[in-house]
Design a protein around this ligand. Structure first.
Ligand code: 4AD
Ligand code: MG
Length: 431
């Protein structure tokens, strides 16, 4: 009977009594010999847990990370450290692993060191724990939206428009020209998300996005995953509420589903997740009054630097923080303008230790205001005709946000660098 290590741990302890003819396949995590008895710790990636293999007989030394097939009987372990062990009748080495050459020996290795070996680092417990949490959070996100009748929409990765208008796009080229006009990798699925929402009510996208930002930081990737819900009839408050609920749900499920991984990573996600909500204006006020640090020169209209966000979220409020109603000029063209035309009905959500995780807004659906704003920003309106059509035919108020998935995973795992929470990081200067 072929079983995985996780299968073994699913067998109730009182029911397993001496299950025979078990076949396990996996990696040797350690091998020690005491007289004629061999003790092997085996893992196969199916769980963070390892199973002890006991084998009586001659066995040549099995190196760390060599692969073996074991046949034997599952028994209750006489030792305290584990509930089960597998008493092996037969052990076959399939692939050895030369310890002189293997770059990831069994000792403490730093995450920056591991980054040099994207093809091997997933075998380490830290990275594999992060990836297990990542998987569970993908499921959590889909569950959250599915329960509330949102439709998951796939938006194109190759597109003709730049949603954020920041010009940080990767151009897609081909020879001869495949498309009739310039094509880019998407920086956000929002514009297409709006098209879907204004037909289907409530939708969300969950896909890769690409940004050619030359930001060599622990917060930026060139290829990252974003979750973008878009909802008809939602106003700013509804949207902020949805964002907070989504985060609370992910934290709750992470604590429930990923106990072992969180324990391994030494992360305590606390009890309740609470948020403070302030306006941009209040933020500027607080920064101006900050005593220990000098942000005195910051004035209304300035963008908030990551240091300022850090101060507000970690030093001043010491909790997750929503900042809303930013000045129009420092935000995107599609955001709904307030009545005085100074601010937009938008928000950023910051988490302690991470900074901005979510950005969202009500969308501008008044044709005159939208067009004027696009002109002001020198945008090529002909590229956005379909987007503008949404305002021509059955116009409907709507709103949405974008959650940076890797930043969420950083928060949940306590991992400092964004390059360590995605299996194969793509970032400035690195492929
Ligand atoms: O704030 P952003 O740029 O918002 C948008 O793209 C909107 N179109 C979203 C929407 O309303 N549908 O990006 C949203 C989030 C950020 O808050 C951040 O978490 C993440 O995406 N993000 C990045 N994550 C990793 N690397 C980067 N280079 C990122 N840029 C943004
Ligand atoms: Mg943003």
């Amino acid at each position: 009977m072929n079983l995985s290590v996780s299968d073994i741990f699913k067998i109730p302890i009182d029911k397993h009594s001496d299950v025979k003819n078990i076949i396990l396949k996996g990696f040797v995590r350690s091998h020690r010999q005491t007289g004629k008895i061999n003790f092997i710790q085996l893992s196969d990636g199916s769980t963070i847990k390892k199973i002890q293999i006991v084998y009586e007989g001659e066995l040549s030394k099995l190196d760390y990370m060599s692969t073996i097939i074991v046949k034997g009987t599952l028994v209750k372990s006489p030792a305290k450290q584990q509930d089960y062990e597998l008493v092996a009748d037969e052990i076959q080495c399939v692939g050895d692993c030369n310890p002189e050459k293997y770059p990831l020996p069994r000792k403490y290795l730093t995450l920056p060191y591991l980054r040099q070996f994207p093809h091997l680092r997933m075998r380490c417990e830290t990275i594999s724990s992060i990836l297990r949490i990542r998987h569970k959070m993908i499921i959590a996100v889909h569950n959250f939206f599915n329960k509330q009748d949102f439709l998951n929409i796939h938006t194109p990765l190759i597109t003709g428009s730049d949603c954020e208008g920041a010009g940080e796009t990767f151009k897609v080229t081909s020879s001869p020209n495949f498309f009739p006009r310039d094509a880019y990798l998407t920086v956000s699925g929002q514009l297409e998300g709006e098209m879907a929402a204004t037909a289907l009510g409530k939708i969300y996208t969950f896909g890769p996005t690409f940004r050619a930002e030359k930001s060599d930081t622990s917060r930026h990737l060139a290829e990252f995953w974003m979750i973008e819900p878009e909802m008809c009839w939602y106003d700013l408050d509804d949207t902020i509420k949805l964002a907070m609920e989504l985060l609370k749900y992910c934290v709750k499920k992470c604590k429930k589903w990923c106990k072992n991984e969180l324990e391994f990573l030494k992360v305590n996600l606390g009890d309740e997740m609470n948020f403070e909500i302030i306006t941009y204006e209040q933020a500027i006020d607080i920064l101006n009054k900050a005593e220990s640090v000098s942000f005195k020169e910051v004035k209304w209209g300035d963008d908030l630097s990551s240091e300022m966000e850090k101060y507000l979220c970690e030093k001043h409020y010491k909790m997750p923080l929503v900042i809303k109603n930013y000045p129009k000029e420092i935000k995107s063209f599609y955001m709904k303008q307030s009545d005085d035309g100074m601010t937009v009905n938008c928000f950023d959500l910051l988490l302690p230790g991470i900074g901005e995780v979510i950005g969202g807004s009500e969308r501008e659906i008044r044709m005159d205001k939208l067009l004027a704003e696009m002109k002001l920003r020198n945008m090529d309106i002909t590229k956005y005709e379909k987007y503008i059509d949404l305002r021509r035919f059955g116009n409907v108020p709507h709103a949405g946000f974008g959650l940076g998935f890797e930043r969420l995973i950083r928060y949940l795992t306590g991992i400092e660098h964004i390059r360590d929470v995605i299996p194969f990081p793509v970032y400035f200067g690195h492929l």
